[in-house]
Write a protein of this length. Sequence first.
Length: 117
Amino acid sequence: QLQASGGGLVQPGGSLRLSCVASGNTFKINAMGWYRQAPEKQRELVAGIIVRDSKTIYGDVERDRFTISIDNARHTVYLQMHSLKPEDTGVYFCNADVLAIPIERTWGQGTLVTVSS
């Protein structure tokens, strides 16, 4: 299971840090990440991270505003967001992947980020 938190209302230019805690068979997880879904848009990748070596991948986002990190001891993945813009508004979902064929993906419940003045 995944439990996401940290969303909320923030003014443009503000920052937020999202957290996602994994529980259960965490030893099976190979990768974790964050996706977001803006109103009336498809879900898109923000960032992903490999558990074993913390290698990261970013989606089509401004790389200098988003940073993904992981605390393996706490089974927690973070998404630090800076200089937030109204277009960053959306529901942010964390995911955990077990690299099998096919990939076994678990989704968190989502946390709403609203960037507005």
